[in-house]
Design a protein around this ligand. Structure first.
Ligand code: GDP
Length: 478
């Protein structure tokens, strides 16, 4: 919300030269195009006897500023939020459907389920929330927007197929997010099902079953036959108890957008996952860069509800625009404030789009290290062959620059894909391609997500570049 001298002049119906003169009296030398800060604007306005109506300044649009800390005694247990990940065709969608059918329809009157992007089931009196979009792309693109909603990841591996490339990707995405993993060995009904092989293969990724001295939970199941589902749900409850998931139901709600779209009849429709507090009909709410009042709420059974507590997904209407999946939302007691902040956030978004910054790039690495902002450099490596990826990874890990670690969060073989870029964006990582290039989607994603992608053909050049960047010796790019 900065104004230049000429913009202020226009607003005040004055000549820019008059403003410049006043500024000189105030001891400020300014040109027509100079930005003025709030205090200066206020002083100038006072000089002209104009009252400034102070809008919420843009710096105050962070939700963090408005979230009050919960008292320990208000916190109660909340349901776990679970994402299902794994290789394509290993049975993620079938498992989601199977869990839903065995657990939801039975007890509920009507039993018409509504796909709103997430659903809740109950097992032994404990609720569990499942995100309905399987796969790590959705998971990680939400995380890249700052949203971490998943408490437990279910890694589905088909017993007749074993660990595949997307299995590995899913593992790395979950690990980068520090989310505990439960392995679901699926398709046990199939001839050729070999759960031991799956376990064996997964040891390579530090997922070691308890029987073998590790601490990863494995559940064998057949999603299609509905076998093993109860055990899986029990294990989810077990893991979430260890995680001690808690929330305060007695405060104004905040959470994350799971899904949103424009509906012909109802306008903007958004599925929100409440992460803390309780959301009520007619609450004043800011959702991402949109705002409004909750007109109606519908749960995952298609029933109208008036309130939704922690870990509950609900579909709401009443927003002035369509937010994006991964956006955060916050309820405000004061309707006017919600509107002001919603509008200010929208404004801020427009400004940010203008002067977008790369998340982390080699070029500004040294600056960030110097300022102490950077203690760990995350790197993703894609190479033409596994051997080079590993060689590069181990050489990079050996680079020593005081106080800064290099962390290789993912290595893989083949072209740089969109999924690599999304992971990089979410983890603030740099992508290094060795003898490989980004595909078209990855290129687009790297541009929009502002991810620094470096391509090399000679290993030592790649190492040299990273080392030089860390030491602030990178040649400027022209
Ligand atoms: P996704 O791509 O991971 O979501 O996989 P899907 O859920 O679409 O499943 C892929 C295929 O595997 C489908 O044809 C399913 O019917 C089949 N499938 C899934 N689970 C099982 C299972 O437990 N047993 C058998 N035999 N087939 C399964």
């Amino acid at each position: 919300n900065k104004l230049t001298v000429s913009e202020l002049a226009e607003k005040l119906n004055k000549e820019a030269s008059e403003i410049i003169k006043k500024l000189m009296f105030l001891g400020v030398m300014a040109t027509k195009n100079q930005d003025l800060d709030d205090d200066t604007i206020e002083l100038i306005c006072a000089e002209f006897d104009v009252e400034v109506e102070k809008e919420i300044i843009l710096e105050d649009t962070d939700f963090d500023k408005y979230i009050e800390e919960d008292k320990q005694e208000d916190l109660i247990e909340r349901p776990a939020v679970v994402t299902i990940m794994g290789h394509v065709d290993h049975g993620k969608t079938t498992l989601l459907d199977s869990i839903r059918h065995t657990k939801v329809t039975a007890g509920e009157a009507g039993g018409i389920t509504q796909h709103i992007g997430a659903y809740q089931v109950e097992n032994d009196g404990k609720k569990i929330t499942f995100l309905d979009t399987p796969g790590h792309a959705a998971f990680t693109s939400m995380r890249s927007r700052g949203a971490q909603v998943t408490d437990v990841a279910i890694l589905v591996v088909a017993a007749d197929d074993g660990v595949m490339p997307q299995t590995v990707e899913a593992i790395n995405h979950a690990k980068a997010a520090e989310v505990p993993i439960i392995v679901a060995v699926n398709k046990m009904d199939k001839e050729g099902a070999n759960p031991d092989r799956v376990m064996q293969e997964l040891t390579e990724y530090e997922l070691i079953p308890e029987d073998w001295g590790g601490d990863t939970i494995f559940v064998n199941l057949s999603a299609i036959k509905g076998e093993g589902i109860d055990e899986l749900l029990e294990m989810i409850v077990l893991v979430s108890e260890v995680e001690e998931l808690k929330a305060n139901p007695h405060t104004t709600a905040f959470g994350t957008v799971i899904d949103a779209q424009l509906d012909k009849g109802r306008g903007s429709v958004a599925t929100l996952l409440v992460q803390n507090g309780t959301l009520h009909v007619s609450d004043s709410i800011v959702v991402g860069n949109t705002h409004g009042r909750v007109r109606a709420m519908v749960n995952d059974l298609g029933k109208r509800v008036n309130n939704a507590g922690p870990s509950t997904p609900v579909e709401i209407t009443g927003l002035n625009d369509v937010p994006q999946a991964g956006d955060q939302f916050l309820v405000f007691k004061d309707e006017k404030k919600a509107r002001q902040i919603g509008e200010a956030r929208q404004q801020k978004q427009i400004q940010e789009n203008r002067g977008e910054q790369t998340k982390v790039s080699l070029d500004d690495l040294f600056e960030q290290i110097k300022q102490g902002d950077m203690k760990e450099i995350n790197i993703i490596i894609k190479a033409d062959v596994q051997g080079s990826a590993e060689a590069l990874a181990s050489s990079l890990r050996k680079i020593e620059v005081e106080g800064v670690n290099i962390k290789i969060i993912h290595t893989g073989v083949g072209a740089i894909t969109e999924s690599d870029i999304i992971l990089a964006a979410a983890s603030n990582a740099i992508v290094i391609g060795f003898n490989v290039r980004p595909d078209a989607n990855a290129k687009k994603a790297a541009e929009s997500e502002k991810v620094d992608v470096r391509l090399h053909r000679v290993i030592y050049k790649a190492i040299e570049e990273v080392e030089a960047a860390m030491k602030g010796l990178l040649d400027p790019e022209f």
